[in-house]
Ligand binder design. Structure first.
Ligand code: ADP
Length: 598
């Protein structure tokens, strides 16, 4: 029964068992003491009452004792009567031990009592009590004998006695009463004890249950108690502790999640290794860069998992030097890309300054490096392209200046060449400026509604002269409906001009150019198709690169800069469109630009 209620059965059962033991021991001790004391008091009272009766009898019997020979029959009657009234045996004994009267026996049948113990003692001390077997009544009796004196002389003895069975009966009743009250008290004490143990154990059971839940990670449980005592205070303290722990745990979890989020969201790869250079944490970016898993790499030795010596030696150096080590790794990536990763390894120390490992930060700068390469190539190409006409102009000018006697006709030819080179130079500068403007201004502040049909018609008109010069016909299917896009009119003009210009440039005389405009799924598709020299599949991949020309000399001769298509691509991308080319070498090309309709 207790087990169900007790928080800690062994503790509380022990407590209750001890309590039971104490209560029972105390009950036994107190019962025994009370019983002893009560017995003593009762015996004393019996003695006292025997004594009173004896005194009373002595007073009554004194005259009779003085004249022992008097009418013994009258005395005997009186004694018998008194004996009945006092419920005791009364005996009147003369000074020589002769029994003169007895309340329960005829004195004549009784022998001399001078040798009876109580009489012997009373003769000596004046009063005496004894307990012995009565030969007269054949039972255990208590006797009290009192010496009776008259005028300084002993005249006889009175003896009062009670059967011991009567006293024992009284005492037994008394003991039974004590035992019963002791048992009742013990029972009440046990019931109260059980009640208090239960009361004590119930909140402890709750506290234990909550503590158990907390130990299993459930911090939401609370102890509900109305108690105001120490247990109530303990429960409250426990609740506060659980609340604080929950709060702290939540804070820690939030902090951990925040850190994990930062770690996960970081563009830079982060690896944390312990002193033994085992991976303890690796974020998504690092795992992606190194082509490993964030989960299976945990606890793996860094050197075994990552075969990039730059990283492993950076970690080793950082731990050995207790410093930050910076290095870089370059490797061949997928396709033609070169992957460039900046590596920062920093030693980590704990609060005591002891080394605990290192953190590695990987920064993939491949794109930056690529852009840097493109920029360098661009500068080199642009310088080279600019240098060519400038050198030509300078050489021609110097020749003219040096040779004052140069025939007029040659000088004119030279000046014509200077003009061609300066036009080329101007075209180059214009294209470079276009690129720089397009790259600088990637936003769309100048976007306006553009009528594509109208724009294409105007472009065809602009190109008609140069087409006619080469006997190239331009046909078109522009449709009837208005096709409106949002964009920069000047840039869209440039885009279309460049495509038509290329088609005329790279189509031999008597060729044909077709320009079409169709709408498809909220998009406008402009196609410029020619019957020109065509572009091989391999070269189609590269013609949009800056300064890339399939045939440099031919392009130059035709006034090309190698920048036209890269400008076109740039404009298309700025207008959220796409450009594709379909061509077969020797069989013409078809450039298609798709732009979103407004
Ligand atoms: P360019 O100023 O040399 O024309 P572009 O960037 O406009 O430079 O074109 C790059 C190269 O692509 C050209 O040099 C040419 O070889 C090729 N190309 C462009 N358009 C055509 C076309 N319609 N037909 C054939 N080849 C072309």
């Amino acid at each position: 029964m207790f087990k169900a209620h007790l928080a800690n059965p062994s503790l509380l059962r022990r407590l209750f068992i001890r309590y039971v033991f104490i209560i029972l021991t105390l009950t036994i001790i107190v019962g025994a003491l009370v019983s002893r004391q009560t017995t003593e008091n009762t015996l004393q009272e019996i003695h006292h009452s025997l004594f009173i009766r004896a005194q009373f009898l002595a007073e009554l019997a004194k005259p009779a004792l003085q004249q022992a020979a008097q009418d013994t029959g009258t005395i005997q009657k009186t004694v018998v009567e008194l004996g009945k009234k006092t419920q005791s045996r009364l005996t009147l004994i003369s000074q020589d031990g002769t029994v003169l009267a007895d309340s329960q026996q005829s004195p004549l049948s009784m022998d001399n009592h001078a040798n009876r113990q109580e009489i012997v003692d009373a003769a000596e001390k004046g009063i005496a009590t004894t307990r012995r077997f009565s030969q007269t009544l054949s039972q255990e009796m208590v006797y009290l004998a009192l010496q009776v004196r008259s005028q300084g002389k002993v005249v006889g003895y009175v003896r009062v006695s009670l059967p011991l069975t009567m006293i024992d009966k009284q005492l037994a009743q008394l003991r039974l009463a004590i035992l019963l009250s002791a048992l009742v008290s013990a029972f009440v004490a046990l019931i109260l004890g059980f009640y208090f143990v239960k009361r004590f154990s119930s909140p402890l059971t709750k506290i234990t249950a909550v503590a158990d839940a907390i130990s299993k990670g459930d911090y939401s449980k609370r102890i509900i108690t109305e108690q105001k005592d120490e247990i109530g205070l303990l429960a409250k303290a426990f609740n506060r502790m659980a609340e604080n722990s929950q709060q702290r745990l939540t804070e820690m979890e939030t902090e951990r999640n925040r850190l994990a989020m930062i770690f996960t969201g970081m563009v830079e790869g982060v690896i944390y290794v312990n002193k033994q250079q085992q991976i303890i944490h690796i974020n998504q970016a690092a795992a992606h860069m190194l082509n490993i898993s964030t989960i299976t790499s945990i606890k793996q030795p860094l050197a075994e998992l990552i075969k990039i010596t730059e990283i492993t030696s950076a970690v080793e150096d950082a731990i050995a030097q207790q410093d930050v080590v910076k290095t870089q790794v370059q490797r061949q990536g997928n396709s033609d890309n070169i992957e460039v990763i900046d590596i920062y390894a920093a030693a980590l120390n704990n609060d005591q300054g002891e080394s605990v490992g290192a953190v590695v930060v990987l920064n993939d700068i491949s794109e930056l490096a690529y852009l840097e390469r493109v920029r360098r190539d661009f500068v080199a190409n642009a310088s080279h392209e600019l240098k060519t006409p400038i050198t030509a102009i300078r050489g021609l000018t110097e020749t003219i200046l040096d040779d004052l006697l140069m025939p007029e006709e040659i000088r004119l030819r030279f000046i014509e060449k200077i003009k061609t080179q300066s036009i080329r130079l101007s075209g180059l500068v214009t294209d470079l400026m276009s690129i720089s403007r397009l790259e600088a201004n990637q936003s769309e502040p100048t976007f306006e509604a553009i009528n594509l049909t109208k724009t294409l018609k105007q472009a065809m008109l602009n190109a008609s002269n140069s087409a006619q010069e080469k006997n190239i016909s331009i046909s078109s299917q522009l449709g009837n409906s208005k096709m409106i896009i949002r964009g920069d009119q000047q840039e869209i003009n440039q885009l279309i001009d460049n495509l038509i210009d290329n088609a005329i440039k790279y189509t031999p005389a008597a060729g044909n150019i077709n320009i079409s405009l169709i709408a498809h799924e909220n998009q406008a598709k402009i196609t410029v198709k020619d019957t020109g020299i065509g572009i091989s599949h391999a070269e189609q991949q590269r013609i949009f690169e800056r300064f890339y020309r399939i045939d440099k000399a031919r392009s130059r001769e035709l006034g090309g800069t190698g920048l036209g298509l890269s400008i076109v691509k740039n404009i298309v991308e700025k207008h959220h469109g796409s450009i594709t080319v379909e061509s077969t070498k020797g069989h013409g090309s078809s450039f298609s630009v798709v732009l979103p309709l407004s």
